[in-house]
Design a protein around this ligand. Sequence first.
Ligand code: DX5
Ligand code: ZN
Length: 219
Amino acid sequence: MSPVKIAPSILASDFTHLADEVRAAEEGGADWIHVDVMDGHFVPNITFGPPVVRAVRRCTSLPLDVHLMIEHPERYLEAFAEAGAGILTVHEEACVHLHRTLQWIRELGVKAGVALNPATPLESVREVLPMVDLLLVMSVNPGFGGQTYIEATTDRLRRARVLVDELAPEADLEVDGGVEASNAGIIVGAGASVLVAGSAVYHHPEGAAAGIRALRSAC
Ligand code: DX5
Ligand code: ZN
């Protein structure tokens, strides 16, 4: 099995030193930088838009894993692609024409991801899995960092792994929310290939590099 990727979420970083925080993750061995885009409609919180993605793009050579927690994501795909996103993940719940939206992401030359909230059946993405590079299984209800991992996600990941192996064997299976050193081993054992971690990286008492190291040694 290929090594697990770690994607620190800058939502938990110190925004007054964003460039340093991104570099700390890169130097600490991160594989991707996870950028949480929230619009105050699809989720209750508001975060970043394309200008911040563009700024982060200038701080690192790592792929930017842009998680769009927004309504009508199709309106903004081009802007995020131009800003330097390497992966654009849309929520199944936010897309009426999910197939078209994923196709469009790929046409923009960006990897396409689809995300599922904890209450959404895995089966709802079966038809589009062959066209995605990433399936994101949320392990919290999206909107905020620092929430507790929903235990039922582990079984969901096992079932998602079967679906991904069947329909998109090259795709990554990402988990996002409440991931920390104490549960990373179980999550990877259930089949995840990418761990998003905000608090576990940026709130680690010894710094981001130590947070990444702890996650890596746990899986
Ligand atoms: C939640 C976001 C997550 C969040 C993860 O809506 O999608 O990426 O930043 O933060 P932690 O790891 O602190 O749960
Ligand atoms: Zn996220």
